[in-house]
Design a protein around this ligand. Structure first.
Ligand SMILES: Cc1cc2nc3c(=O)[nH]c(=O)nc-3n(C[C@H](O)[C@H](O)[C@H](O)COP(=O)(O)O)c2cc1C
Length: 157
């Protein structure tokens, strides 16, 4: 079985709502019918460890933009896993979800170089949600989660 690791942080719930929609999309039973089974593991960033990352076949990262950067929770995650995982997770696919008040560029610009440094492959544009989370945003998150998991299941990435 393949494993998709969802690493997220949310202080006031908006990012969490997007993560829940993405997980819903990734858990669509139609994906397993079309390809290999993908286990979706959802772990809050502060509780995600090196073994979680090493064991996963792909990653979904989700963070609010705080002070023009990724959240402290996701930064703590990268601080702990970066060197132990360097050269052990190269080539694995990832997607990024950012919830921001503005354009989210600071958070995207913070996460992408670290993911790139780890050798993770971006398999789609970051989803940046600005302002209130709308139904369309939740649909976009669902679609992102579904496409990431389906790509794993079908060996596309
Ligand atoms: C301490 C703090 C700092 C923030 N800094 C930024 C920022 O630099 N840029 C931005 O676009 N939004 C900023 N915001 C807004 C958050 O990104 C936004 O409220 C987001 O929805 C919070 O996500 P959450 O509900 O998942 O915690 C900030 C919010 C807080 C609480």
């Amino acid at each position: 079985m393949l494993s998709l690791l969802v690493v997220w942080h949310s202080a006031s719930g908006a990012t969490r709502a997007l993560v829940e929609a993405a997980v819903d999309g990734a858990s669509d039973p139609a994906i397993a019918k079309a390809g290999r089974l993908v286990e979706v593991r959802v772990v809050e960033a502060l509780h995600t460890g090196v073994e979680d990352v090493l064991d996963a076949d792909g990653y979904l990262l989700a963070t609010p933009e705080n002070f023009g950067y990724m959240s402290g929770g996701l930064k703590d995650f990268f601080d702990r896993i970066y060197y132990p995982c360097l050269d052990h997770t190269r080539g694995k696919p990832y997607r990024l979800v950012v919830k921001a008040g503005g354009d989210g560029a600071g958070a995207v610009g913070a996460v992408v170089p670290l993911a790139t440094g780890l050798g993770w492959r971006s398999v789609g544009e970051p989803l940046v949600v600005r302002g209130e989370v709308s139904d369309a945003d939740l649909d976009a998150a669902r679609e992102l989660g579904g496409s990431l998991a389906a790509g794993l299941a079908l060996d596309l990435w």
